[in-house]
Ligand binder design. Sequence first.
Ligand SMILES: Nc1ncnc2c1ncn2[C@@H]1O[C@H](COP(=O)(O)OP(=O)(O)O)[C@@H](O)[C@H]1O
Ligand SMILES: [Mg+2]
Length: 378
Amino acid sequence: MKATAISFEDFRNIHEARVEFSPGVNVLWGANAQGKSNILEGMYYFARGKSFRGVPDKLLVRTGCDFGTASLTCRGEADVYDTHLSVTFPTRGKKRITRGGAPLSGVKELVGSFRAVLFCPEHLSLVTGSPAERRAFLDIALAQLYPGYVSALSVYTRALAERNALIKQAAEGMSVEDHQWAVYAGQLSRSGAAIVSWRSAYTDRLNDLVGQCFRDMTGGREIPRLSYICACGSDAPPDIAHGGEAAVADRLYAVLTERLPREIGAGTTLYGIHRDDVAIDLNGQSAKLYASQGQRRSLALAMKLAEGAMSRSVGGEEPVYLLDDVFSELDGERREYLLSALGERQVIITSCEAETVFSHIPDVALFAVSGGEVWRKR
Ligand SMILES: Nc1ncnc2c1ncn2[C@@H]1O[C@H](COP(=O)(O)OP(=O)(O)O)[C@@H](O)[C@H]1O
Ligand SMILES: [Mg+2]
């Protein structure tokens, strides 16, 4: 899949702009706070159905305006014609989403039409960051590939919030009936087990792909290992590959029932997929504790490339790679590796580095971004 063009009207700091991309390497180049990341934010909205900055839609509308619009034209590998996608954000009321001019009912219908992998500086700390960052990595990737994942995650999130409220009431001495606990244990264990199943299968495939990437990068000297850690209150979590989803659901149900007094004491739900993690090892040792900064960056880079490979293998389309400010964070060797690994794929890089950094890249399309305006330089 390639993005052909994106245009904006009153989106963030952009009054009006249109960018026509090259199918290879594109660089959005300019000083800080000019609108480079805003362009990627607009593009990634079509992949994820929300802003990658985690802000409400109304902030995407240019200050002082009532509406903002982002429109993306893209083309799948087997397609003869472009697909036109568009989102209009009002400051009040419902947004309007269209595909090929026809209205869609919501972002759920939109997600899947355009595939992209976003790589930004925060991702460089995927290895050292909190488990929440690694869970977010999985959630964001899986949500774009499997609509059922989004539903399971929203069932889980709602049940967890309600159960936590109930735990607080119980901790304050209010009586809660057993069947209420049973309802939540049921919801959390069923949706939780489905999520564990998706996440751990994804992690296994990611492990293979990250391993391949590392072999290419280091000539086989360093062997990474990624494994999904299920926090279901056991030293030996159920083996999802052998016990299956039902075993995980049983285990979660049991722990939520048996350890309820401990959870009431703690004032929150202590067990479940909201505490899970991905363990990342390098040559048999925890990468978080032992790997050098360079190795951790290589791991993060390999995980992002693997995310792209997974998107291609499950979604059937090569995603567009969006690199927000990350290129300048990598050293020369990793930059070279990244560009060669991406090969013929489409990549859009934002950078405030000297234009000359990109001058050796063949056929690079260079766009200057300043004050919300964009024009092609080269
Ligand atoms: N809703 C908005 N309306 C107008 N300007 C905005 C809005 N949201 C962000 N901005 C402006 O956009 C600029 C940041 O753009 P950004 O794309 O993050 O910069 P960069 O080029 O460094 O990536 C800031 O000047 C900010 O004030
Ligand atoms: Mg930026």
